[in-house]
Design a protein. Structure first.
Length: 107
């Protein structure tokens, strides 16, 4: 079973080696077009954003991972000096983030 620490490390590697988009509007657009491979949202993201993105992601068969930390912690992981409520992984690069999330969802 993948731990949160494993997911954080893999997410940071995906940000360095792959393509990740931060922010609700851009993530929503990618999900609606089916271009995201994974959506990660902070535990304290606004409920209406969580609801909408989960709905759109389900329609496009895109996995959604609810990060157990806050938007500030997610922003810090992404190397940003601000909070990040939602991010989309377009290309995981050399990370194994997609496999870890699949493992968490099945486990």
């Amino acid at each position: 079973m993948a731990s949160v620490a494993d997911i954080i490390r893999s997410l940071q590697f995906a940000i360095k080696t792959g393509q990740v988009v931060l922010g609700t509007k851009r993530t929503k657009k990618l999900v609606l077009h089916g271009k995201a491979k994974l959506v990660i949202m902070a535990s304290n993201a606004p409920p209406e954003i969580k609801r909408d993105l989960k709905y759109y992601a389900r329609l496009s068969n895109i996995p959604v991972y609810e990060f157990p930390g806050t938007n500030i912690e997610l922003g810090t992981i992404a190397g940003k000096p601000f909070g990040v409520a939602v991010m989309a992984i377009i290309d995981p690069g050399q990370s194994n983030i997609l496999e870890l999330i699949k493992e968490v969802r099945e486990g």
